[in-house]
Design a protein around this ligand. Structure first.
Ligand SMILES: NC(=O)c1ccc[n+]([C@@H]2O[C@H](COP(=O)([O-])OP(=O)(O)OC[C@H]3O[C@@H](n4cnc5c(N)ncnc54)[C@H](OP(=O)(O)O)[C@@H]3O)[C@@H](O)[C@H]2O)c1
Length: 306
């Protein structure tokens, strides 16, 4: 049972509790990740979000050991990469992930993206997650980047309703329909790039920089509440019931980001942030993401993405 640390807990649809605030590990280097995870855990974080595709599962595991925080108090999420979809492939990839992390079970295992062009393999992979869940090797299973039609297709062919759907969500992409689809099925929404980090890796065709944390509406609220812009945005997610996993490679930001439980945004302030939505997607479109699209993206940006 994970202890809350500095974060409140929320209950998933299978009855297990999960911290609502955690740390992301995308774009942490293999040199940094163990140290940052150790620091986060020693300073009240209890939820860690990683993925096979981020290339740091081993370092995340090392950071957990170094922190001295008992495994039972930590909620670990990792994700099955799309190149490992299919039933047997998924079972093997799970073994590799828990071995890299150095743990015996996962708290949450997610399908990283739907692959609409070969949805049969997406379903087969989820069936493998159901088997691992039945075998008590995962405490909850879920998905990431699934849109309403993907959820429907998945649930039409499988038995367990996902506990959670992790989607790109920040004030410039507030995902009204995505949130509604999740809510309708009792699926928790978890926001990736919650403070707009995805805009750091701008697609080449975007000529103007997009900096959510410099938006005047956010900066004004930060000044008013004597909080940082990131804290304002993270509090907005929290008050709307979402789980967040902001990433930082800076200790002071890791400390500050989770310090959002001592103030409240008013209804008008929440509405002002809601009004910033531009349906501006920074990451790939889940409607057409597949292995060739991912490889092209990764080659273009020369970084490990998503
Ligand atoms: N499921 C998916 O497909 C998917 C896709 C993307 C991400 N994710 C997960 O979601 C996590 C979070 O998303 P993300 O890393 O893309 O974006 P994010 O957490 O919204 O933003 C991270 C960026 O914001 C900066 N930052 C962090 N705290 C800050 C602060 N207080 N003030 C100013 N800047 C700050 C970070 O820089 P510094 O590091 O230099 O501080 C980094 O550039 C990932 O790490 C990953 O675990 C999942």
């Amino acid at each position: 049972m994970p202890a809350a640390g500095k974060s409140p807990l929320t209950r998933l649809n299978n009855g297990i509790d999960m911290p609502v605030f955690g740390v992301g590990t995308l774009a942490m280097t293999t040199f940094q990740a163990a140290d940052l995870v150790n620091f986060a855990l020693r300073n009240g974080y209890r939820l860690i979000d990683t993925a096979k595709n981020y290339g740091v599962e081993k370092e995340v595991g090392a950071g957990i050991v170094r922190s001295g925080v008992p495994r039972s108090e930590i909620f670990i999420t990792t994700k099955l990469w799309i190149e490992d979809y299919g039933y047997d492939e998924a079972l093997r990839a799970f073994d590799r992930s828990i071995s890299a992390l150095g743990v015996e079970y996962l708290d949450l295992y997610l399908l990283h993206w739907p692959v609409p062009s070969d949805f049969g393999k997406t379903i087969a992979a989820y069936k493998a997650l159901e088997k691992l869940y039945a075998d008590k090797r995962i405490r909850a299973i879920g998905v990431s980047n699934f849109q309403a039609d993907h959820l429907k297709r998945l649930m039409d062919s499988t038995d367990i309703v996902p506990a959670l759907n992790q989607i790109e969500l920040h004030p410039y992409l507030s995902q009204k329909h995505g949130r509604q689809a999740n809510e309708q099925h009792g699926i928790k929404t978890e926001s990736w790039s919650p403070i707009g980090g995805v805009f750091v890796n701008l697609p080449k065709e975007w000529t103007r920089p997009v900096r959510l944390l410099e938006d005047a509406a956010i900066v004004d609220l930060a000044q008013k509440h004597r909080k940082t812009a990131a804290q304002i945005v993270l509090r907005w997610h929290n008050q709307q019931g979402r789980i967040v996993i902001p990433k930082s490679q800076h200790y002071e930001r890791l400390l500050a980001n989770i310090d959002i439980f001592d103030f409240k945004l008013s209804a008008d302030e929440m509405a002002a942030i809601d009004a910033l939505n531009r349906d501006l997607r920074g990451g790939p479109d889940p409607g057409s993401f597949d292995i060739p699209a991912f490889r092209a993206l990764a080659a273009r940006r020369q970084v490990r993405v998503y």
